[in-house]
Design a protein around this ligand. Structure first.
Ligand SMILES: *[C@@H]1O[C@H](CO)[C@@H](O)[C@H](O)[C@H]1NC(C)=O
Ligand SMILES: *[C@@H]1O[C@H](CO)[C@@H](O)[C@H](O)[C@H]1NC(C)=O
Ligand SMILES: *[C@@H]1O[C@H](CO)[C@@H](O)[C@H](O)[C@H]1NC(C)=O
Ligand SMILES: *[C@@H]1O[C@H](CO)[C@@H](O)[C@H](O)[C@H]1NC(C)=O
Ligand SMILES: *[C@@H]1O[C@H](CO)[C@@H](O)[C@H](O)[C@H]1NC(C)=O
Ligand SMILES: *[C@@H]1O[C@H](CO)[C@@H](O)[C@H](O)[C@H]1NC(C)=O
Ligand SMILES: *[C@@H]1O[C@H](CO)[C@@H](O)[C@H](O)[C@H]1NC(C)=O
Ligand SMILES: *[C@@H]1O[C@H](CO)[C@@H](O)[C@H](O)[C@H]1NC(C)=O
Ligand SMILES: *[C@@H]1O[C@H](CO)[C@@H](O)[C@H](O)[C@H]1NC(C)=O
Length: 339
């Protein structure tokens, strides 16, 4: 096996020597290791150099290259040598001396591939290859949690639900996406064709499904959208709950409206009763009796009402009850009668 010369015209004698010595090392014995990295984060390219002779960096020449023989990093006698580093790797690497690992920063999907590290010992007769290692970098990006959104609020009229579910910025391509519908005693899955789009620069995928399916109206249902990443790995949306339909569909009435209605009915009934009582009394004994029609219990007039009540000691209890009840219906706005 031979290396292609990819260093361009800048090749120095040393690099030539390196490449020549590299090309003489058989690859069959080289160890290979898988290394995972997340998109836009830092990946590790290990070298696993045992350094049994306790050699110092001064005595070594170390470099990494990718599967296209482009140099990522070179350390020559303990000094970084950028001359041979390919522009796409400049400023993206750092060498961890303790673990003999090269860190590759801002990892892109395109960085997926195999890398090799080479270590040469400088001896009197020249550079001698003493270690090399291959590793495979696998770049991943986590899809966002799938999100369900209803296309239309169909559930009032029909039992069909129409939804879209989407998840973004992931890699690699997922297997499928489906909807899971749970009721108290059943579970059903609804499959749909997964639409996917890939960003042509980042190579990340966005995926979505759109579908409609029937939901049982008589029971509460919970819907999940599931993204199947690998055979044993899924990512699920938060639950989307749809409550059972009430037997008589009617718009919900807020509590306070019911309360006001009840109060009005009570007032009307009480007033009616008081009015009748007073009417009866009126026929027996003359005197002011239209209190229930005298309703404007606001500001000065409420004081007037109090006075009026005081003036009419004998019938006080009836009137107070009436006034108090009526004060809640000030909106009736009947004009007050002066005394
Ligand atoms: C990459 O990470 C940086 C912060 O570390 C962030 O600002 C940037 O938005 C990320 N880029 C992408 C494409 O995720
Ligand atoms: C390796 O060499 C360094 C000096 O180059 C020395 O300080 C260190 O103790 C040595 N380590 C071993 C394990 O021999
Ligand atoms: C991606 O998800 C895995 C769990 O599946 C988590 O361990 C990891 O930290 C996540 N990575 C990023 C960059 O969000
Ligand atoms: C469906 O109804 C809910 C509340 O009734 C509302 O928040 C939502 O925006 C509606 N969605 C659509 C797609 O009309
Ligand atoms: C669901 O939405 C799609 C797109 O808006 C529409 O074509 C389809 O008719 C809808 N289905 C139902 C059952 O509402
Ligand atoms: C669920 O269970 C109830 C009784 O608990 C039963 O009446 C109903 O038919 C069941 N529904 C389904 C879909 O199996
Ligand atoms: C993927 O989704 C992200 C976030 O919603 C959006 O910014 C981007 O344009 C989408 N990319 C593609 C290729 O659809
Ligand atoms: C990426 O796609 C956009 C349109 O989505 C296009 O304008 C652009 O030229 C493409 N870039 C490359 C490098 O293919
Ligand atoms: C549906 O869920 C609501 C609470 O969200 C609960 O009050 C109601 O009893 C449930 N109905 C059925 C049929 O399970």
């Amino acid at each position: 096996m031979r290396f292609k010369c990819t260093m361009g015209l800048q090749n120095t004698l040393i690099v030539m020597a390196l490449l020549l010595s590299v090309s003489t090392v058989p690859f069959s014995g080289a160890a290979s290791l898988k290394s995972h990295a997340f998109f836009n984060e830092t990946g590790e390219l290990p070298c696993h150099f045992p350094n049994t002779q306790n050699l110092s960096l001064d005595e070594l020449v170390i470099f990494w290259q990718d599967q296209n023989k482009l140099v990522l990093y070179e350390l020559f006698k303990g000094q970084e040598k950028p001359n041979n580093v390919h522009p796409k790797y400049i400023g993206r690497t750092s060498f961890d001396q303790d673990s003999w690992t090269l860190r590759l920063h801002n990892v892109q999907i395109k960085d997926t591939g195999s890398y090799q590290c080479f270590i040469h010992h400088r001896r009197s007769q020249g550079l001698v290859s003493i270690h090399q290692m291959s590793s495979d970098l696998i770049v991943l990006a986590n899809f966002s949690q799938p999100e369900i959104s209803l296309i239309a609020n169909q559930t009032e009229k029909s039992n069909i639900i129409n939804l879209t579910c989407s998840s973004t910025q992931g890699y690699p391509e997922p297997q499928s996406m489906y909807v899971k519908l749970n009721t108290k005693n059943s579970t059903s899955n609804y499959d749909a064709v997964m639409k996917k789009s890939q960003n042509n620069i980042t190579e990340l995928y966005n995926v979505s499904i759109s579908m409609s399916f029937p939901i049982p109206p008589e029971t509460n249902v919970t819907i999940f959208c599931v993204l199947q990443l690998e055979p044993t790995k899924i990512l699920s949306s938060p639950p989307y709950n749809i409550d059972a339909k009430s037997p008589v569909p009617s718009p919900p009435v807020p509590d306070h409206i019911l309360w006001i209605a009840a109060l009005l009915v009570t007032v009307v009934i009480v007033c009616g009763m008081v009015f009748l009582t007073l009417k009866k009394r009126k026929t027996k004994q003359p005197g002011p009796s239209n209190e229930c029609e005298i309703i404007k219990v606001e500001g000065k007039e409420s004081k007037q009402t109090e006075k009026r009540v005081e003036l009419q000691e004998p019938e006080r209890s009836d009137k107070v009850q009436c006034d108090v009840n009526i004060s809640t219906t000030a909106s009736d706005n009947k004009s007050a009668t002066d005394f």
